[in-house]
Design a protein around this ligand. Structure first.
Ligand code: IPM
Ligand code: MN
Length: 352
């Protein structure tokens, strides 16, 4: 029995979550596993109603679950930062979800803005560190609001945090067994402390424990060029929190956009949280036009992490066959209704 906490969240989050749960239900029926869901109303509406972003008990409550399935966080009437920091980042930190896993995979029939590249060229995974770096919240103001104001925002990189992220990336590259190449994305020519540590640990544990994995390196600015010019070069890319945030939005675009891209916030020893990465798209709320594929993809990542490998494969097959049948699917908005797409995927699972 898998216990799944569901946070539909804001804007179009609830609409796409419904479709992801439809897919989950179809996979469970097919594979004969049981699951239960418990819904949590965290998000902008609850905050506006109660003044509370996230109860202090939330992380402990979530520890009773096997996974968290999240729609989207972000509300037009709430100042930017409050919900992102107070819900999403807080849960990542408190549940120690130290990996942000973002597959960048172009499915057949999905348009990519990159000319002359197809599904055989765009298929890599970004492993982003998810609890440290510039996101750690270290720093502060001096003389705030005066002409002498100083704002400091420090990047925190601990040996332990860097090593566990790199180990996860090496293990993942091994398990994926595609090109057996792990690329460290950094900025060793300028950030000579932080990425010196990353590079040393990368070489050290790579040589000692993962000799069969080829180690590669790219500066973050250069990788932005190559992800566009030669995406086929990449198998697995590992990087810090901030660079990972930036390059995965670029990755989302080359795989067909926010309607497709999914991610997992993973604690390999604890509770992980899965989400479409597109945000709440509030202006489309309730119109049944948002592409639910990203949310369905997040469900697929969740199944994989729950150990339902076969179910995850079936769901990916259903995503591919549905995308192959439909056109005009790439953008956040599409020519089909949200529910129609969810129904087609669920049917494809049943037919698998
Ligand atoms: C993401 C998002 C978040 C991040 C925001 C919403 C805090 O952009 O998941 O990539 O910066 O990590
Ligand atoms: Mn981001």
């Amino acid at each position: 029995m898998h216990k799944i906490a569901v946070i539909p969240g804001d804007g179009t989050g609830p609409e796409v979550v419904v479709e992801g749960l439809k897919a989950l239900d179809a996979v469970a029926a097919k594979q004969g596993f049981k699951y239960e869901t418990v819904e949590f109303d965290f998000g902008g509406d609850r905050y506006l109603r109660t003044g509370e972003v996230l109860p202090d008990s939330a992380a402990d409550d979530f520890r009773q679950f096997d996974a968290i399935y999240l729609g989207a966080i972000g509300h037009p009437d709430v100042k930017p930062g409050i919900l992102e920091k107070g819900i999403l980042l807080r849960l990542r930190f408190e549940l120690d979800q130290y990996i942000n896993l973002r597959p960048v995979k172009l499915y057949p029939n999905v348009p990519t803005p990159i000319k002359d590249k197809g599904p055989e060229d765009i298929d890599f995974v970004v492993v982003r560190e998810n609890t440290e770096g510039l996101y750690a919240g270290s720093g502060g103001f001096l003389k705030k609001g005066t002409p002498d104001e100083i704002a400091v925002q420090e990047s925190i990189n601990t040996r332990k945090g860097v090593e566990r992220c790199l180990r996860y990336a090496f293990e993942y590259t091994q398990r994926r067994n595609k090109d057996n190449t792990l690329t460290l994305c950094g900025k060793t020519n300028v950030l000579t402390y932080a990425f010196d540590l990353w590079e040393r640990v990368f070489e050290e544990i790579g040589a000692a424990d993962y000799p069969a994995i080829k180690r590669d390196y790219a500066h973050v600015d250069a990788i932005c060029m190559w992800m566009v010019k030669n995406p086929e070069w990449f198998d697995v890319v590992v990087t810090d929190n901030m660079f990972g945030d930036i390059i995965t939005d670029l990755g989302a675009m080359i795989q067909g956009g926010m309607g497709i891209a999914a991610g997992g916030n993973i604690n390999p020893e604890g509770v992980s949280m899965f989400e479409p990465i597109g945000g709440s798209a509030p202006k489309y709320t309730g119109q049944n036009i948002i592409n639910p594929m990203a949310a369905i993809g997040a469900c697929q990542l969740m199944l994989d992490t729950l150990g339902e490998y076969e179910g995850a494969n079936i769901l990916e097959g259903a995503i591919v066959s549905t995308l192959t049948k439909l056109d005009d699917m790439g953008a956040g908005r599409m020519g089909y209704s949200t529910a129609e797409v969810g129904d087609l995927v669920a049917q494809a699972v049943a037919d698998a």
